[in-house]
Design a protein. Structure first.
Length: 583
């Protein structure tokens, strides 16, 4: 056999082997397509002839205690443009948008967007209420202009504008809650989007009539019902804003709580913001100061010190206290806000006249450990339980580490940092006959089916005896008497228990007190002999020499009066007992 024939046969065998290999691959692949991956390829075939659309689930509403909308969702539109179609008419289109949408849109910036080179798509403005956006689109169409389009959106809106803004919070561009109730209850408020899948012509994308389609139902978010009364909230917002402006304060707070249930019926902050129009949305305004800001409360804390002493049987309202002209403790000189020599006050007189020195003398009957444990029982150094984002624990130094100066100053509200809700909860225990409960701002949630789920109230716990609470209440009534430190807080026809507060402000940079800069406050409840509501007013850094009684007291008077009227709380008809202030 010749060499050439041998090579030819070898080449033939190699070719046959390659052919067999190719057919083997095709065979395996055919088996894979027909068998193992049949469902996947069928799905792909359907995918090529189907279209999907998302059915957005509306976010749940936030309601006041009577069902009025505080936050809700409405139809919105996002306006877009094709610069290849709008470039030539950019000034005219921008003018129409500015006329119809106002300050929400910038004229010159819009012209630049409408003339964007080498682009077929730009966003002009997002999240515009549908009725407003449609006015702009209609005007553009009537001017025979083209190239502006719209996309459907769900727009979060707040019917009250600034009303309770810091409590409600707001949502970001993706619809997620980022502050307040919107954040804390985001999962509850957020629904589950649905989906619609239907067959279309693969060439034209047009839906095929009578063809198969599938729908996954969307589930709307649940509504959240708060404990807030919208009308009282509106009034308190306005009254507090006026007080902050008139006193030149950096900020202010006003909180009203039902002492029986610990439901917050009003929680105001000034300055605040409006999430609808974006005004005021800077960190200093959007922070929820009632739960996130810590400050030294000053003399309102004397009520807690006296309650601890009364609970131990160490004082009564008429207990005599010798008050010195001043005290030097650990190298610190401590005095009262008014100059005096040695005076003789009762325990009630110490509270009525807000004597730092008298409070120190009384508190020296308690050891560091005892006093610290009572302050912990009253909830200081721990969160209030209100369930709002970013809440602070406050600052209460461990009693084991207290110096004599710490013991003295903490007794009258300096050297301890609190949140406003901690103070409301603590003094609320005195108003509630010695029982403390956690403040709440949400009472229930309701689904689209109408089924309501109530949020159970946390159990109350006794922190001092009923008699001790009654003793301190009598002391606090002397504060609003004509010869007390806050007669402007008295409400005609009602017995009012209260306490003023004035504390030096701390410089965050140095940790030192700033003389001449104060945080002033007033805490009170009414009717004193059968408490229903407690209101706390805080004004930070008001004008020089402003006091809690003269500056915060009148704000308390007005908001508490509105609360009593709004909820139909009648005067009890009894008169405040006369308590001696001196001996």
């Amino acid at each position: 056999m010749s060499a050439s024939k041998t090579v030819s046969r070898r080449r033939l065998r190699v070719c046959l082997a390659m052919i067999v290999g190719v057919f083997s691959v095709f065979g395996v692949r055919l088996f894979q397509i027909q068998g193992l991956d049949a469902s996947a390829y069928a799905a792909q075939a359907i995918e090529d002839g189907t279209a999907k659309s998302t059915v957005p689930a509306p976010r749940g509403d936030i309601l006041d205690r009577n069902g009025a909308e505080l936050a809700t969702s409405v139809d919105g539109l996002t306006l877009t443009a094709d610069p290849s179609m709008t470039s030539a008419d950019a000034p005219q289109i921008a003018r129409i948008l500015r006329e119809k949408l106002g300050s929400r849109i910038d004229y010159f910036d819009t012209i630049d967007k409408l003339r964007t080179p080498n682009k077929r798509f730009v966003y002009l403005i997002r999240d515009v209420p549908a009725w407003t956006a449609k006015k702009a689109l209609t005007a553009i169409a009537e001017a025979n202009l083209t190239g502006v389009f719209s996309e459907k959106e769900t727009l979060r809106t707040y019917p009250g504008g600034k009303l309770a803004a810091n409590l409600l919070g707001y949502v970001n561009g993706t619809g997620k809650g980022v502050a307040g109730i919107e954040q804390e209850y985001d999962k509850t408020l957020t629904g589950t989007d649905g989906a619609s899948t239907y067959e279309v012509d693969p060439n034209t994308g047009v839906r095929i009539p009578m063809a198969d389609s599938t729908v996954t139902k969307m589930v709307p978010g649940r509504n959240v019902t708060t404990t807030i009364d919208r009308d009282l909230q509106w009034y308190a917002d306005q009254r507090l804003a006026d007080a902050v402006r008139e006193s030149s304060s950096d900020w202010g707070l006003a909180i009203t709580m039902d002492t029986k249930t610990c439901q917050i019926v009003q929680m105001s902050q000034a300055p605040t913001f409006d999430a609808d129009d974006g005004s005021g949305m800077v960190d200093s305004n959007t922070v929820s100061r009632a739960v996130q800001n810590v400050y030294e409360p000053g003399s309102v804390m004397k009520t807690v010190t006296m309650a601890a002493l009364a609970d131990q049987g160490k004082i009564a309202s008429d207990t005599p206290i010798v008050v010195p002209s001043g005290m030097d403790i650990d190298g610190f000189h401590i005095g009262d806000y008014w100059e005096h020599g040695t005076i003789h006050l009762t325990a009630a007189g110490v509270i009525a006249k807000s004597s730092n020195l008298g409070t120190i003398v009384a508190s020296q009957q308690m050891s560091n450990a005892t006093m610290y444990n009572y302050f912990r029982k009253f909830g200081f150094g721990q969160m209030s339980g209100v369930n709002l984002p970013g809440e602070s624990d406050g600052i209460l130094k461990n009693g084991k580490d207290w110096t004599k100066a710490n013991h003295a100053t903490i007794a009258f509200g300096q050297g301890i940092s609190v949140t406003a809700l901690q103070m409301v909860r603590a003094v609320g225990a005195i108003a509630n006959a010695g029982k403390m409960c956690e403040p709440s701002v949400v009472s229930s949630t309701t689904g689209a089916d109408g089924k309501q789920v109530k949020i159970p109230a946390a159990p109350t716990k006794r922190v001092v005896s009923k008699d001790a609470a009654a003793t301190v209440t009598r002391m606090m009534e002397a504060v609003t008497a004509p010869d007390g430190t806050a007669p402007a807080a008295a409400i005609k026809g009602y017995r009012v228990a209260g306490k003023t507060g004035t504390a030096w402000r701390v410089d965050p940079a140095t940790g030192r007190y700033i003389r001449g800069q104060n945080t002033v406050s007033f805490m009170g409840f009414a009717p004193a002999d059968n408490p229903r509501f407690l209101t706390y007013i805080v004004l930070d850094k008001p004008y020089s020499n402003a006091g809690g009684g003269s500056t915060a007291g009148p704000v308390f008077h007005d908001i508490m009066s509105m609360a009593l009227e709004r909820f139909g709380v009648a005067p009890t008809g009894s008169k405040s007992p006369k308590v001696a202030q001196t001996w």
